[in-house]
Design a protein around this ligand. Structure first.
Ligand SMILES: Cc1cc2nc3c(=O)[nH]c(=O)nc-3n(C[C@H](O)[C@H](O)[C@H](O)COP(=O)(O)OP(=O)(O)OC[C@H]3O[C@@H](n4cnc5c(N)ncnc54)[C@H](O)[C@@H]3O)c2cc1C
Length: 528
């Protein structure tokens, strides 16, 4: 047995764990990852990514690699068996994050790219083929016991860390070991998921979307450039075990012209799509992320993306605490910020799922009539953050754009042009439409920015930093602000119209970030 101390222990190396290890590894923290499987999972599940995630991939240096493997989405339609559109989502826009809004992805491509990033960091130790069999907290650290696959207790390794991140999936061992309950939002449906790779060109009348046919609700989907999926609701009289076999898969996809003559099966299986969310996301020094703390039906393609948001949120907070720049109290904001967001996306996914799973033809007819008459309540809105480290005005209301995603546009410094994060940088960023507003700040307000190693970037006449795409001009105009402060996870802390408001915004940040020690100096952007 050996004893080692790490900044963070991590259980699970699925996509959410990989993103977590990449964020903490990039922050210079020592991380020990334990994953029970000896290799990456290698099979697709998630098929959809959005602009917010691609901006995070950009920070890892793999956005170009991934966008070359993904397909940009277009309109995503839910239609009935007669081809009448019931609901649609415009997935063919430019996202505020500087990337196309929506993409179709083959998950193994994403996992390969994320794992390559993690392996760049010598401070991240990835132990594949090790199952975590015990987790316990002891005062100032947490300990786990990991056992090699197929091994016994004599080969156990005890490892200690200051914090533990459980990215161990929907059946999370850690969640169970910590006795954390889940709230069940009530969706349970069996779906057969058949993934295949066309070997010849196959024509589809309906490319990507959902067909709410009561005879067999279906989902037809592209997975990156080379693979496709047909997901089919399992009808009440069909036995799960029988529907799992490959022959059942071929039978389900044959009516769509997909046969062994023009495709090879990548994987066929049955999933029970559920909607559960952990009641606690933190217990002491342990944090749940990804499917370990929320599972949702995949109809909005937001399960993995919610997990990636979890680790982007937790990552900067753990980093500040590990660096001694904030106290542990900051870590309580993780669940306060993330749970309502993930819950709302779960509700959206259930809303979409309920529209899909009707198998009674008469109920389907009533549903279609209700859509035609416009009497169906609209789906819940796509969420933003509503609590946590966000600026509020004197009335306690969220300040302009607080909790929303910060924009990213193309900028130029005179010598360099590209997306803002690559040209100027990321982390805490104060963007200014007007440099005078910054000159009005006093030392104590600047100290808050220094503490966070914040970047300050000025646009405006006479500055080197130019807003090539006009994204920042449009954003400032939309919210009628002259300054915007956003966080390392790209969520806006708040905006300000005047120097006085900016001073109040920074004073509020100072109050909200429980600080333990002063450190750092202002990093000014190229345009400063
Ligand atoms: C059919 C389908 C379609 C989907 N479509 C989408 C989509 O389009 N978009 C989207 O965003 N999401 C989608 N999802 C959801 C998405 O796939 C999941 O949210 C995501 O894969 C979860 O990642 P994770 O890393 O949290 O968990 P997992 O990928 O489950 O990884 C957990 C890891 O932990 C390991 N582990 C577990 N216990 C232990 C232990 N005791 N010790 C060591 N290791 C352990 C496991 O081996 C596993 O590798 C879909 C899901 C399905 C099933």
């Amino acid at each position: 047995m050996s004893e080692e101390i790490y900044d963070v222990l991590q259980v699970g190396f699925g996509p959410v764990g990989q993103a977590n290890a990449a964020i903490l590894g990039g922050g210079g923290h020592s991380v020990a990852v334990f994953e029970r499987y000896p290799t990456l999972y290698g099979l697709p599940r998630a098929g959809h990514l959005d602009h917010e995630t691609v901006r995070l991939l950009q920070s890892f240096g793999i956005a170009e690699r991934m966008t070359s493997l993904m397909v940009r989405a277009n309109k995503y339609v839910f239609q009935n068996q007669h081809g009448d559109e019931l609901v649609s989502f415009n997935w063919d826009e430019m996202g505020v994050s500087g990337w196309a809004s929506d993409w179709y992805v083959y998950q193994p491509d994403l996992e390969d790219a994320l794992a390559d990033v993690v392996h760049l960091f010598p401070n991240v130790e990835v132990n594949q083929g090790w199952e975590v069999v015990s987790v316990s907290e002891a005062g100032d650290h947490v300990a786990l016991i990991a056992r090699p696959a197929g091994g016994d207790a004599s080969q156990d390794r005890i490892v200690r860390g200051r914090y533990l991140v459980a990215a161990d999936g929907g059946n999370s061992f850690v969640r169970t070991a910590l006795g954390i309950e889940q709230e069940d939002l009530g969706f349970h449906e069996r779906w057969a998921v058949t993934d295949y790779r066309p070997t010849k060109e196959i024509h589809f009348d309906f490319d990507n979307g959902q067909i709410a046919d009561p005879a067999r609700p279906l989902n037809l989907f592209q997975l990156g450039k080379r693979h496709r999926r047909i997901a089919s609701l399992i009808l009440p009289h069909e036995a799960t075990e029988e529907m799992k076999i490959s022959d059942a898969g071929w039978k389900l996809i044959a009516p769509h012209g997909v046969t062994p003559d023009n495709a090879e099966l990548v994987r066929h299986t049955v999933y029970v799509f559920e909607s559960k969310i952990a009641t606690q996301w933190r217990r002491g020094r342990c944090f749940l992320v990804g499917d370990a703390c929320h599972v949702m039906p995949p109809f909005m393609g937001q399960g993995l993306l919610s997990g990636i948001r979890d680790v982007a949120n937790l990552g900067w907070k753990l980093s500040l605490v590990l660096n001694g720049q904030a106290t542990e109290r900051l870590l309580d904001t993780y669940m306060a910020e993330r749970r309502p967001h993930a819950r709302q996306l779960t509700e959206m996914s259930i809303h979409a799922g309920r529209l899909m799973v009707t198998t009674d033809p008469e109920e389907a007819t009533r549903r279609d009539a209700a859509y035609r008459a416009g009497t169906v309540p609209p789906p819940p809105q796509f969420p933003s953050l509503t609590s946590g480290v966000l600026h509020r005005d004197v009335n306690g209301d969220l300040a302009a754009s607080a909790g929303e995603l910060a924009p990213q546009g193309r900028v130029s410094t005179g010598t360099q042009a590209g997306l803002f994060d690559d040209v100027v940088g990321r982390g805490w960023v104060l963007l200014l439409a007007d440099a005078d507003i910054f000159r009005a700040l006093r030392d104590e307000e600047l100290a808050v920015l220094e503490q966070l190693h914040a970047r300050v970037a000025h646009f405006g006449p006479g500055r080197d930093l130019q807003d090539l795409s006009g994204a920042y001009r449009d954003y400032f105009e939309k919210y009628e602000i002259k300054a915007l402060l956003y966080r390392p996870d790209f969520y806006v802390f708040g905006g300000a119209r005047t120097a006085a408001e900016l001073r109040e915004l920074l004073a509020d940040l100072d109050r909200q970030l429980p600080r333990s020690a002063a450190a750092g100096s202002v990093t000014t952007g190229t345009g400063a």
